[in-house]
Ligand binder design. Sequence first.
Ligand code: 13P
Ligand code: SF4
Length: 304
Amino acid sequence: MNSLIEDINKLKEEKNAIILAHNYQPKEVQNIADFLGDSLELCIKASEIEDKDLVIFCGVDFMAETAFILNPDKKIIIPDIEADCQMANMLHEEELLKAKEEHPDASVVLYVNSIAEAKQHADTLCTSANAVKVVNSLDSDKVIFGPDSNLGQHVAKRTDKEIITVPADGHCYVHNKFTKEDVIAKKAEYPNAEVICHPECVDEVQEACDKILSTGGMLTYISQSDKEEFIIGTEIDMITRLNEEIPNKKLYPLREDAICETMKFHTLEKIKEALEKEEPQIKLDNSVAEKSLKAVKHMLNASK
Ligand code: 13P
Ligand code: SF4
């Protein structure tokens, strides 16, 4: 293991590479990353890497694609090209175009968890950290929002605008595992703990929790809180990150089986090989990348 880490660090230096990783990466990948974050933080970081030649992106494909959209001249490498997001694949370009035709007066806000072919038709993007702010920053009273219907509902409760979700039932299979009963049972087990969940959870879970935050928001909130105990309603490796950064808190998973399988496809062996071969590269059609850049930039500006 140690020599593998040494090899990765050496290759990183030689190739002037940076390793970006999402908070759901397994511990060994979190430990080797140069930058760890939620989707928005990763997007911001990807917009600030002019000095690097190579990016190793340890996350799911839509995240690496967004890094490519921001840096079309750089090599964006994803250690396992099969690491995709089931939710992003739930909204197809055709369905979005149909919704736009049906609601010509609506703005289109896509969750960053979407495929690039859909992103190119969006006015702006959002993440779980800035969705309400981005939607409220728009002039139109009507918003087509996709693909996460739970995040869409979360936003709808916090804006005066009409939210039309496409598809109607887009969701994350990991966050959909959490139930209201899980919250009740964990609260009974740890009565002093505050319960925090992700806005990808279903509405009744969100309603039962004390706080609803993005993964980056969870880190900031818990590190600044006087409370000692928290129940965490998101992917299991978020707790790995939280334990590393704030070891003095007691953290309990809302469910042990909240695992995003594709996030775990990246391994140290694959990272080393990716650095050596500079493959597999994220590639997007030039026109798709160019058209999507407008929406990515709009989101980055709106979240300042
Ligand atoms: P965050 O932006 O909160 O990290 O969420 C990304 C994600 O895919 C959640 O499932
Ligand atoms: Fe996609 Fe869900 Fe995995 Fe997040 S946790 S990357 S939304 S499948």
